[in-house]
Ligand binder design. Structure first.
Ligand code: 5AD
Length: 351
């Protein structure tokens, strides 16, 4: 009997680490329940070969929710007046790191909106202080589009990694998600510059955002294959009530898991988080993400008032409890599915 087409495509993706855009679209269309399970097991196997049963952790510090941008999907967009804006002080940021370090974290992500207060002269001393105090830790920035000089200055201050999701590799789709003053080409240039400077770079996109087609997703995957980022962040689109996309349906958890697995096969050694959005869309979303090929989780270590107001989307996972308690719960869940948390910087094992 001829082998079912979906298995052929999955096997070829695993051996060649590549499919054409047409084949990716075909696979997304023909994948059935058994095909998905097969895909997840292949991705878990590849993940296991490279990263074993270890899960890397990053302490996420959402240090400002001021943003000059007006992305149609995002709850911290400039025009959202129904949001209490906040900005952590340098001392508060260092306090988060101290707590994270005590919990065993050796990697911190400073994430925030594009806040005018995030000048180089404000950020560089903070980065330096973190690296001085915790020389065994990696610092990741996720603060949007900046000049090449600024990326260089932050790198020179000690930042190791930079997350800048490309959001969508399709220019028309990009224009549907963002106001006209935002540029798809500029964002891609930023990602190129970050790579050139020497950062470990992360890009990524939302799954199921308004206007996204299977063709868009194929373009996203081929863009990843071309950029070869060290990290890829993806999660389902989740509507936020105070945005223009409030009435749009959320992206599917199943499709997000499929994309995680496809990314693991395309870029076997990539650092792939099971994101907060995935954990928000579904109670065991992050565990299912790990079983579909993800190998990173990013527990939130921001102060409670910050977690409550960093409202990218509705019902964002935010264990009302203290960050430390939320983390212990996450650790139990990870151990519950046979993985364990590594107390390390969690660098990419790229040879
Ligand atoms: N749903 C899911 N993800 C979102 N992001 C922003 N808004 C939403 C939303 N409504 C993602 C974007 C951004 C990252 C910080 O969060 O991809 O890059």
């Amino acid at each position: 009997m001829m082998m079912n087409r979906q298995y052929q495509l999955i096997d070829r993706l695993r051996s060649d680490r590549l499919l054409s855009a047409e084949e990716i679209v075909e696979l997304l269309r023909c994948l059935d329940h058994e095909g998905r399970d097969y895909l997840f097991s292949q991705a878990a196997e590849v993940r296991q070969q490279i990263y074993g049963r270890e899960v890397y952790i990053r302490g996420l510090i959402e240090f400002t929710n001021y943003c000059r941008n007006n992305c149609y999907y995002c709850g911290i967009r400039r025009s959202n007046r129904r949001l209490t804006r906040y900005r952590l002080t340098a001392e508060e940021i260092l306090g988060c790191c101290e707590q994270g370090y005590r919990l065993g974290m050796r990697s911190f992500v400073l994430q925030g909106g594009e806040d005018a207060a995030n000048s180089d002269s404000y950020l560089t001393p903070i980065i330096r202080r973190i690296k001085e105090r915790y020389p065994d830790c990696a610092v990741t920035l996720s603060i949007g589009e900046r000049s090449c000089e600024s990326y260089q200055a932050l790198f020179d201050a000690g930042a190791d990694r930079y997350l800048l999701r490309h959001e969508t590799a399709n220019a028309e789709h990009y224009a549907l998600l963002h106001p006209p003053e935002m540029s798809w080409a500029h964002r891609r240039r930023c990602i190129e510059q970050l790579k050139e400077i020497g950062y470990q770079v992360g890009c990524g996109f939302m799954v199921g955002s308004p206007g996204q087609t299977a063709g868009c997703l194929a373009e996203d995957l081929l863009y990843l294959r071309q950029v070869e980022p060290h990290m890829v962040g993806i999660g389902p689109f989740i509507p936020q009530q105070d945005t223009p996309f409030a009435g749009h349906p959320a992206g599917s958890v199943e499709l997000t898991l499929v994309l995680l697995a496809l990314i693991r096969l395309l870029l076997p050694d990539v650092l792939l988080p099971a994101t907060t959005a995935l954990g928000t869309a579904c109670a065991d979303g992050r565990e299912r993400g790990l079983m579909a090929g993800a190998n990173v989780v990013m527990p939130n270590i921001s102060p409670r008032y910050a977690r409550e107001n960093y409202r990218l989307y509705d019902n964002k996972l935010n264990s009302g409890s203290e960050a430390a308690e939320g983390y212990q719960e996450l650790r139990r869940r990870i151990e519950g599915i046979g993985y364990h948390i590594a107390e390390s910087r969690g660098d990419c094992r790229r040879s």
